[in-house]
Design a protein around this ligand. Structure first.
Ligand SMILES: [Zn+2]
Length: 305
């Protein structure tokens, strides 16, 4: 102990020093200020230090034992029924415009998607900073997984046809640096798919600190569709489509912290239809409206030509 637990930052998206205080959120049992920049970026400032944050990502984090966290990566298996089909559908959007190629999952944890894409016939690779989860992925699942930070790993320029950043960007200390590096290693016809809770969702705005997007202690940047598009644009990428994955986090019962997950089939069907069909359709008509109506997005970006 004795290490500094926080550091003040300028807005990672626009560089501004001025932000408006919104509300307080808990990180590692300590109160942190959630602030919003005039550019729209919602984040924690001062930020928990990396030493402090790293204490959140232990074995319990990946096995899903942590209370009020998103299910751990190994726990994903249990959520296949409501989580996987839609992620697969979203990913399938890209199969239409792309042949199988080289795939990279950034923040791959134990390699769930690395395995999935390998089974689909892609040359599949993962990278994650967690020694525990990457070691598990290599030894227990026999996958091609790098332990390290993608920003400094020096992966080959233009290598990957598909890069996924699934529920990762809200955790990283410098989203701008990460997306810029992903743009560099993306093939000229490649796709970058980013999934993240949507801070632009009207329920997120209404629920404030009780929004499920804050449940995970490691969440330090929460993007709306609008701020995510600004970030992509800054990195030389163009947002061209969204999917809206239906998952544990999007269900009505999980919108508010600690609310019981609703299991009534009819409600699930209505939710499923609204979330998976309405949001992507709305995106083509009005992005601000899609932002308001989408609980969580998977956004597809390509290099600007
Ligand atoms: Zn800003």
């Amino acid at each position: 102990m004795g290490k500094k637990v926080s550091r003040r930052i300028d807005c990672n998206l626009c560089g501004s020093k001025e932000q408006t205080f919104k509300y307080t959120v808990k990180k590692g049992g300590k109160p942190f200020k959630a602030v919003q920049c005039s550019c729209g970026m919602l984040f924690v400032n001062p930020q928990p230090s990396m030493e402090f944050i790293s204490t959140f990502y232990d074995e319990d984090y990946f096995s899903g034992k942590k209370k009020h966290n998103a299910p751990g990566q190994m726990d994903l298996e249990k959520h296949r029924d409501n989580f996987m089909p839609n992620i697969n559908k979203c990913i399938a959007m890209m199969h239409k415009r792309k042949k199988k190629g080289k795939y990279l999952d950034v923040g791959c944890a134990t390699g769930h998607y690395v395995e999935l894409f390998q089974e689909l016939g892609w040359k599949s690779q993962g990278i994650d900073i967690s020694e525990y989860s990457t070691e598990y992925g290599r030894t227990e699942r026999g996958l091609d997984i790098i332990t390290g930070d993608v920003v400094t790993a020096g992966l080959p320029k233009g290598r990957y046809d598909l890069i996924t950043l699934l529920n990762v960007i809200e955790h990283v200390p410098d989203p701008t640096a990460m997306v810029k590096e992903l743009e560099r290693i993306l093939h000229k016809n490649g796709t970058l798919a980013i999934s993240t809770p949507n801070a632009g969702y009207m329920v997120a705005k209404m629920s404030k600190e009780n929004w499920w997007g804050w449940n995970d202690e490691g969440h330090i940047f929460l993007f709306s569709l609008a701020t995510l598009e600004k970030l992509l644009d800054k990195a030389g990428l163009e947002l061209y489509a969204i999917g809206s994955p239906y998952s544990y986090g999007n269900s009505v019962g999980a919108v508010w912290k600690n609310a019981p997950n609703i299991k009534i089939k009819g409600i699930r069907l209505v939710e499923y239809t609204l979330i998976t069909k309405l949001s992507p359709a709305m995106f083509k008509v009005s992005r601000p409206l899609a932002d308001l109506l989408t609980p969580g997005t998977i956004s597809f970006a390509r290099k600007r030509t």
